[in-house]
Design a protein around this ligand. Sequence first.
Ligand code: CTP
Length: 237
Amino acid sequence: HIRQVLGRDGDLAGRKIVVSAGGTQEPVDPVRVITNRSSGKMGYALAAEAAAQGARVTLISGPVNLPTPQGVERLNVETAVQMHTAALELAPQAALFIGCAAVADYRAANAAEHKLKKTDDQDTLTLTLVKNPDIIADVAALPDGQRPFVVGFAAETQDIERYAQDKLARKGLDMIVANDVSQQGLGFGSDDNAALLLWRTSDGSDRLVAPPQPKTQLAALIVRHALTHLSLTSSGA
Ligand code: CTP
């Protein structure tokens, strides 16, 4: 609370920032969901850091077990489609959009109305999945004047830099934070993280290696870099 009061006139004073965090939950039937191991800690740390620097922060959050950071407005969603709707409604008013959520790439084509029952003659179960919208790509495709500076995340288990460069270009992002989620004690669920920051420059891209550190500290570094590049590219909302 003290940090937020002291940060009222901070570097992000008056700026609107939208952060997505946590994993989405895609229903299979009324009692079962498809989800992932995201704890939401990185996104919540980013929202807290931006608020502590004076920003007006909206956190679009999947179901997580974390308290809402001081001074942050939180919008709870469950599915990727709900997160997509919320993001496209809020992003056009924001200077910066940070897509930290672990969004399910697919959802059940037809969630069952009643609980699926197992039967004695059924040893396998086939679910048909359909693709979810790509939230951050749609935010990055907003027209000029409505498009915030867009920072994405890339959770990878191999070839981190190559996949992250590909996502930066393919999704039309301004910056990407890539991390190796196969490393024990880092990333999903843990309090620490290491990352590779990549951002676009006029003649290609540039990079910064952030060594293992608490997610709160890494959040400050990411916000600082996003702010530097945001100030270079536009006056912001
Ligand atoms: N993302 C999104 N909407 C989706 C999937 C991902 O907005 N439907 C965003 C994430 O919030 C993150 C970035 O895209 O900022 C990369 O997410 P990641 O899961 O690493 O990439 P995917 O696009 O899912 O690619 P893949 O599963 O092939 O690695």
